[in-house]
Design a protein around this ligand. Structure first.
Ligand code: C5P
Length: 202
């Protein structure tokens, strides 16, 4: 069957990560959370490296560093993600991953529009801003991070706005993507829906 590619895009904390992992596990595909690429670059920038140099020097081990989900890294990731040269430096790695034999799931913001416009299945996973902020807030609190719902919502609004309004690869639903709004769905329902949409396209 060769390289079957699933593209999953959407805003922060809509459920993309959980759904992508579950879809990959269900079909035995490899999974790449492309947000980690921008987070790893953001981390290096916080440590003093220039953005483009950080993107060019990225190695797979960088995606496994601790603390990549912390709010300060989210903010730095969102900033470097608006830089066209940084995005360009990360294209080849993502497209290579997408082409691997045995199938791949990539999740991010621009997979179905820019990285893999020819993907076999495209999902756009979304949820209301309030539901997404609530989920991210719980996640952070569970990890022992001290924050408030209001701060999480404000940070997320700023990141969403930057993702949607940037010139280079803005967050937008691909014309041929299936929209899944997870606001009123359980994780199991959202996963089941995603799997059935992918199955239809096999
Ligand atoms: O998905 P996650 O929140 O981990 O992504 C971190 C940041 O990386 C996002 O705020 C977004 O700006 C950026 N990103 C992107 N394109 C992708 C994946 C993530 O611009 N494909």
């Amino acid at each position: 069957t060769g390289a079957f590619t699933v593209a999953i895009d959407g805003p922060a904390a809509a459920g993309k990560g959980t759904i992508s992992k579950a879809v990959a596990a269900h079909f035995g595909f490899a999974h790449l959370d492309t947000g980690l690429l921008y987070r790893a670059v953001g981390r290096k920038v916080l440590d003093g490296t220039a953005p483009l140099a950080a993107a060019r020097a990225l190695v797979p081990e960088d995606l496994e560093r601790d603390g990549l989900r912390l709010p300060e890294v989210s903010a730095a990731a969102s900033e470097v993600a608006a830089m066209g040269d940084v995005r360009q430096a990360l294209v080849e790695f993502q497209q290579g991953f997408a082409r691997r034999d045995g199938g791949a799931v990539l999740d991010g913001r621009d997979i179905g529009t820019v990285i893999c416009p020819g993907a076999d299945a495209k999902l756009f996973v979304t949820a209301s801003a309030e539901v997404r902020a609530e989920r991210r807030y719980r996640e952070l609190v569970d990890k022992g991070y001290e924050t408030t719902y209001a701060d999480v919502l404000a940070d997320q609004r700023a990141r969403d706005k930057r993702d949607r309004e940037r010139t280079d690869a803005p967050l937008v639903q691909a014309g041929d993507a299936v929209r899944i709004d997870t606001s009123d769905m359980s994780i199991d329902q959202a996963v089941a829906r995603a799997i059935s949409e992918v199955e239809k396209r096999m």
